[in-house]
Each structure stands twice: as C-alpha cells, then as structure tokens.
Design a protein around this ligand. Structure first.
Ligand code: GUN
Length: 284
C-alpha cells in the first residue's frame, strides 16, 4: 500500500504544538509579533499573506500588516524594514515576494536583520544553514524534513535526488538533507540523463516547476516522492510537477497536491516566528 504523506494533518499537528508553546510564553510575559509587508496587490501574494495572517491568529501571534502601494519606492521600503529592525515589539519581518520590478529583492532581503529573518532568506541565515549553525531555516525545505520525519521515513544514509536549484527550495533542501546524513544529488535544467539520476533516488524531491513532468519511468520502485510543484491542469484542478496517477502505485510514499508540501510552508514560518523569542532573548 502506498503511504499518502498528509501535509494537512502534519501542519495542523505542528501548529497545535506551537499554539501551546505560544500560550506558555504568554504566561512568562513573552508576546510574539510578525510584521508582514506586501507591496502592490498581486492576487496570489494576497492569498499567501492572508493565510499567513490567519495562521498567526490561530497560534496566538500578533501580525502587523503593511500593505504598501505598487509604486512604493525601494528607498521607502528599505526605510520601513530598517524601522521594523529597530522596533523591540517586532520579532519577525516577512516581505512577501515577488516585489515589483523597480525594487531590488536581494537588497531588501539583505536589509532585514538576520535575527528577524523568519523566511530564512538572508545570506547570514543561508550561511548558518550550510555550516550547521543554529539559524532560521527556509520554510518549504524545513517543512519537507518534517513531513518525512513525522511520516516515519528515515533520511540517514538515503540516496536523495532534488530536481531544482532555487535559493528558496533546491539549495536549502540539499543543505538540510546533508545535515540529516543523506547522500544528495541536485539535478537542474542542464542535467544530462535526468531519468538515470532520478531512478537512483530513495527519496525524490521535485521542485522543477513543470506540470506533471515526472512520470512513472523517472521513479524507482518503492521510492518516496515529494512534490513541491503547484499548477492547474487541463480541467483547472490543482496538480504538481509529478504525474500523481502514474507514479502513485509505484512508490512507497508520496505527497498529494494539494495537501502535501503546501500547508507545511506556513507551519514552518510559524515555527520560525516562535524561535525568534529564543534567538533574540540575549539581544533585547
Ligand atoms: N512568495 C512565495 N513564497 C514566499 C515565501 O515563502 N516567502 C516570501 N517572503 N515570499 C514568498
């Protein structure tokens, strides 16, 4: 029987654990506040931001929303980030991406204090991850580690193949799997013999952004498949980078789309928000 990795259930489990922790922190007089900045009103970003605000409310974290107009200048945005960096009330800062074209995203990410970088995108957070120091972890890959662990899947010693080398998923995923003692291969758009490489994987993580690209012939029998993709199929139904119907019967475990990796990203963002209290303890 193929195990369906239930991201909805696991993310709820994590959020409920965090809710309890936040309640305990409140008793100690510690409140958590996340600043969420959105520039412009891209509909997809608005959905993500609303879901983040809802998750904060569920867990007991205050969310301060900054909804800025599309024509906000880079200077104005950087000033706001710097003000929030200095604010003792604000524990975490999240700038929803993508930003309008006239704003340099890298510059904005680098301006967020590494102590408040709950997305884990700042170069200091990335460096800490690679050298095994404590720091904020990129939320989607951290969520995938939780999906595997909480589904009873061993990572230690496994052959893991990641398809995709983005700064948000592929690269931090490689660092996290290495930290769990996996053997890691990162494949990407220039990789030759992709099928040969993916067929070696005990755990295959697909973040390539191509609708239903991974068919049964890419997957070793009994492998674990994690699908990071999110698309609309020909019937306007949500689907991933993996052709679920073809692959499901061949594997030992697989994430569905929706309800697999998706819900984990916000759960791990909430985890990072709670962690700010511990990491900022000495600096306040
Ligand atoms: N846009 C899409 N995903 C993310 C994310 O995880 N964090 C931020 N800040 N923006 C995003």
């Amino acid at each position: 029987m193929t195990q369906l990795i239930d991201g909805k259930r696991i993310s709820k489990e994590i959020k409920d654990e965090l809710k309890e922790k936040v309640a305990e922190l409140k008793i100690e007089g510690k409140e958590i506040c996340l600043a969420v900045i959105q520039v412009g009103n891209d509909p997809a970003s608005s959905v993500y931001v609303n879901n983040k605000k809802k998750a904060c409310a569920y867990i007991g974290i205050e969310s301060d929303a900054y909804e800025l107009p599309e024509d906000t200048t880079e200077e104005e945005l950087l000033e706001l980030v710097e003000k929030l960096n200095r604010s003792p009330k604000v524990n975490g800062i999240l700038v929803q991406l993508p930003l309008p074209g006239h704003i340099d995203e890298d510059k904005v990410i680098r301006t967020i204090s590494p102590d408040k970088d709950v997305d884990g995108f700042h170069p200091v957070s990335v460096g800490r991850l690679w050298i095994g120091e404590k720091g904020f972890l990129s939320c989607t890959p951290a969520g995938i580690i939780q999906l595997l662990k909480r589904s009873g899947i061993t990572i230690d010693g496994k052959e893991c193949v990641i398809i995709g080398r983005s700064n948000i998923v592929g690269k931090p995923m490689a660092a996290l799997l290495l930290r769990e003692n996996a053997t890691v291969t990162v494949a990407h758009s220039h990789t030759k013999n992709l099928k040969e490489i993916t067929n070696r994987a005990d755990i295959l993580i697909v973040a390539m952004g191509k609708k239903k690209f991974i068919t049964a012939d890419y997957v070793k029998e009994g492998a674990v498949v994690i699908d990071v993709g999110m698309h609309r199929d020909e019937n306007n139904k949500l689907c991933g980078d993996v052709d679920f119907c073809q692959v499901e019967s061949r594997v030992s475990a697989i994430t569905p789309v929706p309800g697999g990796v998706g819900p984990m990203t916000i759960a791990m963002l909430m985890n990072n928000c709670v962690e700010t209290v511990c990491s900022q303890e000495g600096s306040k």
